[in-house]
Design a protein around this ligand. Structure first.
Ligand code: IPE
Ligand code: IPE
Ligand code: MG
Length: 253
C-alpha cells in the first residue's frame, strides 16, 4: 500500500496507467494579465515540469501531453516561432537533464515533416536517445501531432507494407502508429474549460475517461493532476459490458 497516495484520497490499486493531457489556456492566461500570449507559453512550460513531477510521484507509467497540433501552424508566424523555441530551448535543452535525472523517458509523437526545423528534430532525437533507458514515467510530447494525421500515416504505411485487405484489422493498423507500444490513455484531461478534443489521440481515446478542468494550463500544478485522477477513480469503466459483468470479471479499472 502506498501511504502517500492513500493520504491524498487516491486508491493505489486503481491508478491510471496512461494519462493524456491537452495543455490549453496559455493565451488566455497571459491576456488576463495584460501580457502578450507568448508569456503564457513560457509560463506553461513551468506547469509542464511540475505536472511531470506529479506524474512521476504518482508512479504513472505513461504521461502524454499535447504541445503543438498540426493545426497550430495556422497561428501567427511569431507565435509559432515562439512556441517552437519554448519546446526546443526550454523543454529540450534546459529541462531535459532535470527530467533525465528523475528517470523520465522522453519521446515524441507527431509528423516529422518539412515544417519542423531540422535542428529541432535533431534535438528531439538527442533527447530520446539520452533518456531511452530510463525506467520511470514515459513523457510523450505530442508535437506537430494530429489524430487524423496519425491514422492517415498509419494507413499509408500499412498499404505500403503490402498487407492483403483481409488481414487489415485494428491491431495491424495500430502497429503503424507513431508509438505502437504506447497503451491507450485511461484518463484524458483538458484544461481551460474547453470541452473538445482538438484532434488529439482520436483513435486512442476510444475508451478513455474524459476530465475537463477549468484551470488555465500555466496555473496547472501536480495537485490538479491528482484531482483529475481522483475524479477518474470515481468513474465506472465498462468497455461495453454491463456494470454487473464488470464486478464479476474484475475488469481493469
Ligand atoms: C495552449 O494554449 C498552447 C498551445 C495550443 C500550443 P493556447 O495558446 O491555445 O491558449 P488559449 O486557448 O488561446 O487560451
Ligand atoms: C489544442 O489546443 C492543441 C494544444 C494544446 C497543443 P488549441 O487551443 O489549439 O485547440 P482549439 O483550436 O481551441 O480547438
Ligand atoms: Mg487554446
Amino acid at each position: 500500500m502506498d501511504v502517500a497516495l492513500e493520504g491524498d484520497g487516491l486508491d493505489p490499486r486503481r491508478m491510471p496507467r496512461h494519462v493524456a493531457c491537452v495543455m490549453d489556456g496559455n493565451g488566455r492566461w497571459a491576456t488576463k494579465r495584460g501580457l502578450p500570449r507568448t508569456e503564457g507559453h513560457r509560463a506553461g512550460e513551468e506547469a509542464l515540469l511540475d505536472a511531470t513531477k506529479g506524474a512521476v510521484e504518482l508512479g504513472l507509467e505513461w504521461f502524454t501531453v499535447y504541445a503543438f497540433s498540426t493545426e497550430n501552424w495556422r497561428r501567427p508566424h511569431e507565435e509559432v516561432r515562439f512556441l517552437l523555441g519554448v519546446i526546443a530551448d526550454d523543454l529540450l535543452t534546459r529541462r531535459r537533464d532535470e527530467l533525465h535525472g528523475l528517470g523520465v523517458r522522453i519521446r515524441f509523437a507527431g509528423r516529422r515533416d518539412w515544417r519542423v526545423p531540422k535542428w529541432i528534430l535533431r534535438r528531439m532525437d538527442e533527447t530520446v536517445e539520452l533518456t531511452r533507458h530510463n525506467k520511470g514515467t514515459t513523457l510523450t510530447v505530442a508535437f506537430n501531432y494530429g489524430g487524423r494525421a496519425e491514422i492517415v500515416d498509419a494507413a499509408r504505411a500499412l498499404v505500403a507494407s503490402g498487407i492483403p485487405a483481409a488481414k487489415v484489422d485494428e491491431r495491424a493498423l495500430r502497429r503503424h502508429f507513431y508509438l505502437p507500444d504506447m497503451p491507450d490513455p485511461d484518463l484524458f484531461i483538458r484544461t481551460s474549460g474547453e470541452y473538445r478534443i482538438s484532434n488529439f489521440l482520436l483513435w486512442e481515446i476510444a475508451y478513455s475517461e474524459l476530465v475537463f478542468l477549468d484551470v488555465l494550463w500555466p496555473d496547472f500544478r501536480r495537485e490538479h493532476l491528482r484531482q483529475a485522477v481522483r475524479e477518474y477513480q470515481r468513474r465506472e469503466r465498462r468497455f461495453g459490458r454491463t456494470g454487473e459483468q464488470r464486478d464479476q470479471e474484475g475488469l481493469p479499472s
